[in-house]
Design a protein around this ligand. Structure first.
Ligand code: C2E
Ligand code: CA
Ligand code: CA
Ligand code: CA
Length: 275
């Protein structure tokens, strides 16, 4: 039994070592990627729930590496956060998103995701003000998306930063709503303009009466707090019909529009206005 136990330990150690090595290599590639121009930005439309008109676009980071191919942000953002690279990368993303949005032939809002690390370090309000001035994007066309983790980790600091951002005239959205723990009390305390219901609830609408009840309750609560409510991950007409019946404001998902590269979106927007 002792022998077997040692074997298992060795196996885990080897496995751990391999993972650490892999992570180190990922970090190396990630650091080089910014200088090599391997990052790009895609945009996914958000639509008015009733009219289906486009209201805004969410900017989503893309990484394509010659050896790794396309790497999901869900896999590399946590690594970028841990090694600090999220600060220059987040700044780059904000600049790109605002530059592109300022060139659109229609004043759609652009939504940019922010990591809690960007909130906690690097004087975010000054950075945002700088990028707005530099790109000429009006502040009311920029929306910043944050997740609940931020509010739990450092709620006093986060509140001060959010107030400074609001003073610039940008809007704030709470992303992935319903997946954290502290949602209800924080919603009143922080100056959000919008709630985004996490896609896990939307995707369970057809299957699960519990999910329907939760979505309905979030919509009612959001509206009673004067927030706009967006449903993420809408993939079917049935989900959209349910959301419309329950007064959802906005929808985002593969049913009405997938993320597309910046250049492709610019071309189709110009075609639409005949410019
Ligand atoms: P998120 O902010 O919740 O972004 C929405 C994600 O849902 C995107 O995945 C989008 O492609 C996906 N999605 C949209 N509609 C549907 C749908 O109908 N069905 C399904 N199954 N998925 C849908 P993506 O682009 O892979 O991004 C994953 C996450 O990575 C984002 O989740 C966000 O947390 C993070 N992320 C992406 N770009 C950035 C960035 O610039 N900065 C930071 N800090 N995080 C980012
Ligand atoms: Ca988001
Ligand atoms: Ca989300
Ligand atoms: Ca997410």
């Amino acid at each position: 039994a002792k022998e077997a136990g040692r074997g298992v330990t060795c196996f885990f150690e080897a496995e751990m070592e391999e993972r650490l090595l892999e992570r180190g290599l990922l970090e190396q590639d990630l650091r080089a990627a910014l200088a090599k121009g391997e990052f790009s930005v895609s945009f996914q439309p958000l639509h008015n729930c009733g009219t289906r008109d486009v209201t805004s676009f969410e900017a989503l980071l893309r990484w394509e590496n010659p050896e790794r191919g396309k790497v999901s942000p869900a896999d590399f953002i946590p690594v970028a956060e841990e090694c600090g690279l999220i600060l220059p990368l987040g700044r780059w993303m904000l600049e790109q998103a605002c530059t592109v949005a300022a060139s659109w032939p229609h004043p759609y809002t652009v939504a940019v995701n922010l990591s809690p690390v960007q909130f906690q370090r690097g004087n975010l309000p000054a950075q945002v003000a700088e990028v707005l001035a530099q790109t000429g994007l009006p502040a009311n066309q920029l929306e910043l998306e944050v997740t609940e983790g931020l509010l739990i980790e450092d709620s006093e600091g986060a509140l001060a930063t959010m107030r400074a951002l609001k003073a610039l005239g940008v809007r704030l959205a709470l992303d992935d709503f319903g997946t954290g723990y502290s949602s209800l009390s924080y919603l009143r305390r922080f100056p959000f303009d919008k709630l985004k219901i996490d896609k896990s609830f939307i995707q369970a609408i057809e299957l699960d009466a519990g999910a329907r009840a939760i979505v309905d309750a979030i919509l009612a609560m959001g509206h009673s707090l004067n927030l706009r409510v967006t449903a993420e991950g809408v993939e079917t007409e049935e989900q959209l019909a349910f959301l419309l019946r329950h007064d959802c404001d906005e929808v985002q998902g593969f049913l009405l529009g997938r993320p597309v590269p910046a250049e492709q979106l610019c071309r189709s927007l110009r075609k639409k206005v005949g410019a």
